[in-house]
Design a protein around this ligand. Sequence first.
Ligand code: KG4
Ligand code: ZN
Length: 358
Amino acid sequence: MTILGIESSCDETACAVVRDGTEVLSSVVYTQIKLHKPWGGVVPEIASRAHVEKISGVIAEAVEEAVRGGGIAGKGDIDAVAVTYAPGLAPALLVGLNAAKGFALAADIPVFGINHIEAHLHTPFLETDMRPEDFMPALGLVVSGGHTSWIDMPEYGKYEIIGQTLDDAAGEAFDKAAKLLGLGYPGGPVVDREANAYGGGDYIAFPKGRPKPGTAALAGLEADLCTSFSGLKTSLLNHVKNAYGDASVPAGDIPRICASYRKAIVEVIAERTATALKRRRCRALIVGGGVSLNGALRSALATVAAEAGVKLLTAQPKYCGDNAAMIAGLAYWRRNVTGDAALSIDVHPSLDAGTSPV
Ligand code: KG4
Ligand code: ZN
């Protein structure tokens, strides 16, 4: 089955053609980073306007790329459309959903609504011969700009959030630190680079982001499977104020600050993952999302997985960030879950992984 995937939940306009869930025939990602850079974060109105401008071109390019590569003869070989319908920025999601419905109506093929978070957990399987069902039950970890979630996957296509951040996501914590230190947007890659430049040794003791048991925001989740990164950002702000007053941070001090900040984030994510793996019977730890590009996090998770005796599955770098191959890929497994009532799908900006609006 050949599925055309569309993704527009945040600041990437993406389209891909994927056969049978893992064979990527094309993947086109137009990133809006340049448009949001001056604001130090994603501006929803700018994002949705850029999606409107780019989406038709990105879809056409993905189809052409699949044809050029010999994967399909033309549009007529596409059997279904898959689109991110949750979660994300409502006006941005709507652009992709409407484009998907238009494409499907014109071609008389079904549309599958796909949850973006669940799709991140499909990325390690893209361009591989691995079958997701062979790795179940698994623990999923999504670490992105908008989410930090531990997800129990008893079987492929079933998701239950067992832990998450109570406030800022890990990527957001990196982005906010970079903004505060004047390092630009997005912050994750640059904080990571600066941290790599630190020789190690004398780290600043930033708080680890462990929420207190009994906190109302836990909403029934266990405290030791959750994180909170808003205090970390405040602690960085206080550190900078105390050490430098109103002056800017000297370039020579940036690597040590970034390394200490990254260490605080990586350690608590690794610790929560180890705890989750002890509580659940798992065969694999499946990791997705932009923050999984972080080398320090990857090696910490490799240690955690080895100690727990489970296989660590991470995505190729090009599939860590937002893309549409993950949407089209997951749709091959999820197509019966969200149904194919093309015109009845709506956007659901705050929907969690594992929940369904229908
Ligand atoms: O998955 P993604 O592309 O988009 C969302 O769904 O949010 O993740 C983007 C996030 C940004 O916050 C970015 O700063 C972060 O991933 N990121 C990183 C690294 N590369 C990207 N964070 C830490 N280290 C990195 N190397
Ligand atoms: Zn994402």
